[in-house]
Design a protein around this ligand. Structure first.
Ligand code: NAD
Ligand code: WQD
Length: 339
């Protein structure tokens, strides 16, 4: 049985990944410090998968803890989701972000190395591309992030490229996510941001449930068809399927993968509002406000390489993204606090 360490496994993308891994027959151990997630997620994962898992509450920066974990379990791979992801906060608290995202990654890689575990999937982000001057990003688009969060991702990517050169036995996939949205079809797990959501979809769904009065739409004067920003939203279940495919592919011919995970089809903020209203039957009050600093008008993935290398392609469209988000939000109006 293949055993995977999933850091950040109680978080949004991690929790969905763990279910698919368990369903695919992997054994899973989660390490998460619960800085942006709830322990109640574990019981829901077990309920949905019908399988048990080990959960360890702790920090990926804790060398001793990691050493103990690697001594206890015979892992053959790790998926590293643990990290902080709020772009605005990263600009205000750069040390917190470099420490958590960069130091945390290095401690993990060192302890993997010590334990002889050399297969890794790392959560990277389309943010590593910055603002290249065009809107469709392939993996060869220059890397020039424009915020601290993006730079933490690029530093870890660079670290892994250097590590692979020095230690060829490592098998590594850098997966660059575009805009993950949606939730498990059961409505039992989903995105549960602490505090005010930074991202569009959780904000829309909190307006829909009545916990926020209206959505602020950041600008309608971009050079896009309806003036609002265009993004490549990808359903979390599709995104996660890309991880399972990458894990299965690493170890075959390819041992260093760098792949965009997106749909290639962008939608505007107003289209997302419209789709959410259509699938939920709930009106989303909104107000057009100033552009948000650092936002780009438009970008989306060229995801051809993931199709070629993994046979992966996003399958779920905008209506499923909205319907699944709404099912989760409606049945868990306050997130996981009931657990
Ligand atoms: P999330 O916040 O829901 O999950 C991250 C998890 O990591 C949380 O459960 C948090 O408690 C945990 N964590 C954070 N720092 C930790 C530490 N030092 N030690 C142990 N656990 C720690 O976020 P997510 O949306 O599931 O994102 C997962 C990964 O994907 C992150 O690395 C993020 O940067 C990356 N990513 C996310 C998006 C997105 O829009 N959601 C896009 C691109 C990349
Ligand atoms: C989407 C669109 C906003 C909120 C960020 C990170 C990126 C990645 C995903 C981690 C934009 C508009 C948003 C709101 C709005 N995360 N919007 N009102 O900015 O594309 O990407 O999350 O790696 O790194 O930068 O996503 O969901 O914040 O915004 O009008 O309340 O919705 O202006 O056009 P973004 P988002």
């Amino acid at each position: 049985m293949r055993k995977v360490l999933v850091t950040g496994g109680t978080g949004y993308i991690g929790s969905h990944t763990v279910i698919q891994l368990l369903n695919a027959g992997f054994e899973v151990v989660i390490l998460d410090n619960l800085s942006n997630s709830s322990k109640g997620v574990v019981a829901r994962i077990e309920e949905l998968s019908g399988t048990g898992l080990d959960f360890i509450e702790g920090d990926v920066r804790d060398h001793e803890l990691l050493r103990g974990i690697f001594a206890k379990y015979a892992f053959d791979s790790a998926i590293h989701f643990a990290g902080l992801k709020a772009v605005g906060e990263s600009q205000e608290k750069p040390l917190k972000y470099y420490d958590n995202n960069v130091t945390g990654s290095i401690v993990l890689f060192e302890e993997m190395m010590r334990a002889g575990v050399h297969k890794l999937i790392f959560s990277s982000s389309a943010t590593v591309y910055g603002d290249p001057g065009y809107v469709c990003y392939s993996e060869t688009t220059p890397l020039a992030p424009i915020n601290v969060y993006g730079r933490t991702k690029l530093i870890v990517e660079d670290t892994l490229r250097d590590l692979k050169k020095a230690e060829p036995r490592w098998q590594i996939a850098l997966l660059r996510y575009f805009n993950p949205v949606g939730a498990h079809i059961s409505g039992r797990i989903g995105e549960n941001p602490f505090g005010v959501p930074n991202n569009l979809m959780p904000f829309i769904s909190q307006v829909a449930i009545g916990s926020r009065p209206k959505l602020m739409v950041y600008g309608n004067d971009y050079a896009t068809p309806d003036g609002t920003g265009l993004r490549d939203y990808v359903h979390v279940e599709d995104l996660v399927a890309g991880h399972v495919a990458a894990l299965n592919t690493l170890g075959d011919a390819n041992s260093f993968l760098t792949l965009n995970l997106g749909t290639g089809k962008p939608y505007s903020v107003l289209e997302m509002i419209g789709a959410f209203e259509r699938t939920s039957g709930v009106k989303i009050p909104y107000e057009i406000v100033e552009r948000r600093a650092g936002d780009l008008p438009e970008y989306y993935a060229n995801a051809d390489l993931a199709k070629e290398v993994l046979g992966w392609q996003a399958r779920l469209g905008i209506d499923r993204m909205c319907a699944d988000t709404w099912r989760w939000q409606k049945t868990n109006p306050a997130g996981y606090v009931i657990d």
